[in-house]
Design a protein around this ligand. Structure first.
Ligand SMILES: NC(=O)c1ccc[n+]([C@@H]2O[C@H](COP(=O)([O-])OP(=O)(O)OC[C@H]3O[C@@H](n4cnc5c(N)ncnc54)[C@H](OP(=O)(O)O)[C@@H]3O)[C@@H](O)[C@H]2O)c1
Length: 263
């Protein structure tokens, strides 16, 4: 399938590993010029080198923490310098937090809000002027299946990821004046560092093996296994492509069927 995005420019935020990394790789394979960002400069540069080695394409990188407003301003200036316009923005920063309601104080709620919602808002706000120059910009953000089927013990991220669905619905309308489409992908359990670290922690707490934890959490998934980051990235790239030219304001589940609500 020709996605029609060759020679376009994309910024992928949260791209040094996991779903963001696989998205950057898939975009490079489609001939897109890719800029990548995440916090840890060393890890980011290593990712840029790996992406170059595996795709033969040069990747430019900039280290920024999107929970810091000044970093996002610096990222904006760097992108404006690196590319005359931006066609695709992907934000793959975020995560879920396992904690009971009674263990979460205001600081924990605010920290998670900044990580899952405000960081995304800041990145979008900073990049809209560059996306506008594209004439047909696309924004894809990463949500979570937990927003559609709230998981137990994850109240704070369930609430904030649900907020991102509202963000996508609102901006996809508001940004039509700039001809920018806005969508999100909601992954189910996906084997990235996020889940590997969590499974190791649960395994340690229970005195069982990490494999046993992964097996237990897989049993709830109709497909019986965790997703692979590249399986999520494939949907991100499709939504970011011209093949999805009439898809707007949507949050698409890529979750092996775990979230079974009708809406
Ligand atoms: N994996 C899952 O099971 C799952 C399930 C549902 C939803 N999701 C969603 O999918 C998205 C990607 O998840 P993932 O599993 O690929 O995550 P991941 O493996 O933890 O990777 C996260 C990436 O974001 C970067 N990052 C983290 N905090 C950042 C910050 N404040 N500013 C800039 N970069 C930052 C990380 O690099 P640095 O640490 O160097 O910054 C890394 O490159 C998230 O929104 C997550 O909520 C994942």
């Amino acid at each position: 399938m020709n996605l029609g995005i060759e020679s376009e420019t994309a910024l992928v935020v949260g791209a040094s590993e996991g779903i963001g990394y696989e998205t950057a790789k898939a975009l490079l394979e489609e001939g897109v010029h890719v800029l990548i960002c995440s916090r840890n400069a060393q890890k980011l540069e290593a990712a840029a080198r790996e992406l170059h080695a595996s795709t033969g394409r040069k990747v430019r990188s900039f280290a920024a923490d999107i929970t810091k407003a000044a970093d996002v301003e610096a990222l904006k200036a760097w992108v404006a310098e690196a590319a005359p316009r931006l066609d695709i923005l992907v934000n793959a920063v975020g995560g879920s937090r396992r904690a009971l309601f009674e263990d979460l104080d205001d600081a924990a709620w605010l920290e998670n809000y900044e990580f899952n919602v405000l960081g995304t808002v800041r990145v979008i706000r900073a990049m809209v002027p560059l996306l506008e120059k594209s004439g047909a910009g696309r924004i894809v953000i990463l949500g979570a299946a937990g927003a559609r089927m709230p998981y137990p013990n994850q109240v704070v991220s369930n609430v904030h990821k649900a907020g991102l669905i509202a963000l996508v619905k609102t901006l996809g309308v508001e940004f039509q004046k700039h001809n920018i489409r806005v969508n999100s992908v909601s992954p189910g359990r996906t084997l990235t560092s996020l889940w590997k670290t969590r499974a190791e922690q649960i395994a340690m707490d229970r005195g069982v093996s990490t494999d046993a934890v992964i097996h237990e959490f897989s049993e709830e998934i109709p497909m019986g296994r965790f997703g692979k980051p590249e399986e999520i990235a494939a949907m991100v790239v499709f939504l970011a492509s011209h093949k999805a030219s009439y898809v707007n304001c949507q949050s698409i589940l890529v979750d092996g069927g775990i979230a079974r609500g009708l809406v």
